[in-house]
Design a protein around this ligand. Sequence first.
Ligand code: TMP
Length: 367
Amino acid sequence: MEVGYCEESKMLQLTTQPAAEIMFHNQYAFYSSTSTSMERHFEDFASSVVNSEYMQTRGPFIVELGCNDGILLKHFAKRGIRHLGIEPSENVAKVANGHGVLTISDFFSLDIAERIVNDSGHADFFLAANVMCHIPNIVDVAKGIRSLLKPTGVVMFEDPYLGDVVAKTSYDQIYDEHVFLFSAMSVQYLFGLQDMELIDVLPQKTHGGSMRYVLSHRGAYPIKESVTDLIAKEKLQGLDRLTTIQTLRANVERSRDQLVALLKTLRSEGKRIAGYGATSKSTTILNYCGIGTDLVEYISDTTPIKQGKFTPGSHIPVVPYETFRSNPPDYAFLFAWNHAEEIMAKEKDFMSAGGKWIVHVPEVKVL
Ligand code: TMP
């Protein structure tokens, strides 16, 4: 995996990626509804759309790209609001349909957008969460969004934020599915090409630091101060310069060396280490740092489709959560660090029995 940075578009991105069909299919392993805090987050997201200052009609049409198991759209379905989900991974799309969320299983494109307009009309809101950063042909997608959106329509999408990755050295946000790490500057550039503009930005706690971007056709709404403020902050942070990304690389290398040294020291003292959460992010950590079963015995995960499998490349067994309960390690490596609050609250027994946590973001340490 290789990362590039474009000084014109200010985009940090992978330079090569597996074909989409290899990643998003009928055995897609991530179900959004596995975390209670994410459930709450999407309920709040839905309420903020329903009560939005951009809501122009009592009967809106809401389209979501990559609706997964319907974690967001189900709140519109419940309210009887006209909606449509587009989800390429058939297994999760099926779960969404089962929740009463109208979902088609396909990859979004300009073509699909035109079909939706023909069948159902233009959209009032176009939503996406942790999806836009997965799509390599983003310019075609932006064209599709533009043609699908009403003149007064609004786009709201959120993804892990480059500013947080740079500030926290959270380099595990870089993995095969995440082709882009966005900033306000790169989103503004991308949609500017389609005569659209960024009108608001709202920082989110999810995924260890995300940003919600609000966009419309150019001139449809005033641009909020939040946008100019964030862009000024991004320039101060250096997100418009390659040198910042080179510093990030040095920080990543230091973080890797500290992590491997810590794991090796603990193992040499005879301590047992297991992983908590077989996240996509963990694949980057394990392969980049060269961590295998010599250092991490197993990884526990609550997602049934991941259990009984092995981590890609490093071949660490992924086991059900019950194994963590019945056979706890001395140290749990918190690969799902973005869910730390929820997990720590759940694992009081592990901690009171002397169990410790290893975290690597924002710095490598034992908790
Ligand atoms: P994410 O960081 O991409 O949201 O993935 C979180 C993974 O961690 C997902 O596979 C579910 C798993 N998980 C657990 O095993 N236990 C938990 O308590 C939580 C919150 C997540």
